[in-house]
Design a protein around this ligand. Structure first.
Ligand SMILES: N[C@@H](CCC(=O)N[C@@H](CSC(=S)NCCc1ccccc1)C(=O)NCC(=O)O)C(=O)O
Length: 208
């Protein structure tokens, strides 16, 4: 039966990197969707350890915190590097991707109308860091020669940022090649073309 249950809002948000990694790794799960009205009613929120979603269940294990969920799954799926050094580098890369995601979330939910231009000015500088990393690592991933949980998070940021700013990757050939190569992985390709992915808003406030 379905061991994995993901509870979240009907948006990509902080759950999409979990969905992407499960899909690519051929795992299925039950999606429990919490609507805004359900959330505002309060019962679900009050049942959450930190009053927030996503929540992830694996049998009798219940986890909150999207990054902890992704690291837990990465260990289980064997996509956390081949040794301690790679594992540390993957953590470092994922933290850097989270820095970008947190900036994006702040723009979307708090500063969309006032700071969008400033965000666009800073974005090339932030993306240039990942461009250099991917140019220098012949392995084709953020770390080593196989995909890790950090790669799914970066791919998603690239896709989300191209919606916000279509020219975002224009000056970054390595990021474009990385986006194309990961998006062409059969399970990811199928997911990105799926109704579920195409019809789920990126964020919870209609901005993107
Ligand atoms: N560190 C946590 C943060 C989880 C989190 O921020 N969850 C948000 C949703 S994820 C997100 S991007 N929040 C931005 C605003 C938002 C609120 C509600 C729905 C969708 C987006 C949430 O549950 N908000 C509702 C509440 O706090 O009452 C994690 O990584 O899981």
């Amino acid at each position: 039966q379905m061991a994995y249950v993901l509870t979240y809002f009907p948006v990509r948000g902080r759950a999409e990197a979990i969905r992407l990694m499960l899909k690519d790794q051929g795992k299925d799960w039950t999606e429990v969707t919490v609507t805004r009205d359900m959330w505002l009613e309060g019962t679900v929120k009050n049942s959450c350890l930190f009053g927030q979603l996503p929540k992830f269940e694996d049998g009798d294990l219940t986890l909150y915190q999207s990054n902890a969920i992704r690291r837990y799954l990465a260990r289980k799926l064997g996509i956390y590097g081949k040794d301690d050094k790679e594992e540390a580098f993957i953590d470092m890369m994922d933290d850097a991707v989270q820095d970008l995601q947190n900036k994006y979330i702040k723009l979307i939910y708090q500063e969309y109308d006032t700071k969008k231009e400033d965000y666009f000015k800073q974005l090339p500088c932030d993306l240039a860091r990942f461009e250099k990393i991917l140019t220098c690592n012949e392995g084709g991933f953020l770390v080593g020669k196989q995909i890790s949980f950090a790669d799914y998070a970066l791919l998603l940021q690239l896709l989300n940022h191209e919606v916000l700013c279509p020219s975002a990757l224009d000056n970054f050939p390595s990021l474009q090649a990385y986006r194309d190569r990961l998006s062409a992985r059969p399970n990811i390709k199928a997911y990105l073309e799926s109704h579920a992915f195409k019809n789920t808003p990126i964020n919870g406030n209609g901005k993107q």
